[in-house]
Ligand binder design. Structure first.
Ligand code: NAD
Ligand code: ZN
Length: 368
């Protein structure tokens, strides 16, 4: 049975202040990226609770790529405080931390009544505000957990939050959006519904990402990237992803590089690999949709890959992993472990072309 759901209530064109001034929550726990505290957004929310004589508790111990340890700290604080709403504000790492806290409580008690989960993204990247995914790191093992209980009840898309994202993080997170859309599009679980979302997200990225990278103050382009991120999230929460993400999780867990940047470096190789599959012909469709020459499947795929390589170059994204201070021996020695982690990753199940540990290792090894 195939199904399609968009479960989050998506609020857009509304400021945080406006939303929380009208809300009826009594006790809020805020899980925030420290940058959101520094920029005053947490204060904006907490003031609304203060003024109404309501209580709130802040957890801001967020670090990139949430770990089991951070999540455990958050669970302890949440269970002491017993909030009726859990507000996650920040990038994917803050939102995934809050989701990890919810998941941990469900694992401890299947009858757990979760607080209303409100996700407010401050990067235009992961789409975590609308997905059933959370990505958690345990030692070197970074992997996604997928559960319907993780879909935020409310997603607030407020462009004010992404105004301050520096160009490098804009590039990384924007390429994450593109990877979500592309993997959703060729997933073995893709449908007409996810295709529509993915096509729109890809188009918005090609039209706006470079603009935002070069002109960070362009709020219209920022808004479009923020919307693209949620659209791609809606696509992949339904269709899941593929080996680009399986490899990115494994590489991130071991080499600790930015998630979006890893995805961007892998994309051209992964598309070329997946082109040899039943769904591979869809790259031609997408190339046509982008107005690229695509008379044949081969031409369409080649031009899509070229367009991505040119976009990476313009965004100053490296074309291999040799530029990050990792020695060649360290890099190559990690190949079998990375392939093993990636093979077991849930995202591999919906990759359009079957893989083995050897084929995954070969993709990884070719990128030094
Ligand atoms: N749950 C999902 O569906 C999903 C999907 C893809 C990726 N992920 C995971 O999400 C994490 C990555 O999230 P991310 O790419 O959003 O990065 P992030 O949350 O790790 O943030 C990256 C950096 O950007 C800073 N930052 C965030 N917002 C800012 C702002 N408005 N202004 C200035 N700086 C800001 C943060 O402080 C941090 O230093 C990874 O762990 C990845 O695996 C989750
Ligand atoms: Zn991603």
């Amino acid at each position: 049975m195939k199904e399609f759901n968009i479960l989050s209530n998506v609020i857009f064109d509304t400021s945080l202040k406006e939303y929380f001034s009208q809300s009826s929550y009594q006790k809020a726990m805020i899980v925030a990226d420290p940058m959101m505290v520094k920029l005053g957004f947490v204060e904006t929310i907490s003031q609304q609770f203060h003024q109404a004589g309501k209580r709130f508790s802040l957890f801001a111990e967020i670090t990139p790529d949430p770990t089991i340890e951070t999540i455990s700290q958050g669970v302890w604080q949440m269970n002491q405080f017993q909030p009726d709403c859990l507000i996650a504000i920040g990038g994917g790492s803050a939102i995934d931390t809050a989701k990890g806290m919810v998941l941990a409580n469900y694992k401890l008690s299947p009858t757990y009544q979760k607080p209303t989960l409100i996700a407010i993204p401050s990067t235009s990247g992961t789409g975590s505000e609308v997905t059933s995914f959370t990505v958690i790191t345990n030692g070197q093992d970074k992997k996604p957990y997928v559960d319907q209980c993780l879909v935020p009840d409310v997603a607030i898309l407020d462009v004010e939050l992404v105004k301050t994202v520096p160009p490098k993080i804009t590039a990384d997170t924007g390429m994450d959006v593109l990877t979500h859309a592309l993997e959703a599009y060729v997933s073995t679980n893709a449908s007409v519904f996810t295709d529509a979302l993915a096509e729109k997200a890809v188009q918005l990225v090609f039209e706006n990402l470079l603009l935002v990278f070069r002109q960070p103050e362009d709020l219209i382009a920022r808004q479009k990237m923020h919307e693209a991120s949620a659209l791609a999230g809606m696509a992949f929460t339904n269709s899941s992803l593929g080996i680009n993400h399986s490899l990115a999780h494994a590489i991130g867990g071991i080499h600790h590089l930015s998630h979006g940047r890893i995805n961007a470096i892998l994309l051209p190789k992964v598309i070329t690999y997946n082109a040899q599959s039943a769904n591979g012909a869809k790259y031609q469709q997408l190339a046509k949709h982008l107005g690229l020459p695509a008379e044949t499947a081969a031409e369409g795929t080649a031009n899509l890959v070229l367009a991505i390589e040119l976009l990476n170059e313009a965004l100053e994204i490296e074309s291999s992993f040799s530029c990050f201070g990792i020695s060649e021996a360290t890099y190559q020695n990690a190949a079998s472990q990375i392939a093993e982690f990636a093979l077991k990753d849930d995202c591999t199940k919906t990759n359009p072309r079957s893989v083995t540990a050897a084929s995954l290792a070969a993709i990884y090894q070719s990128l030094y």
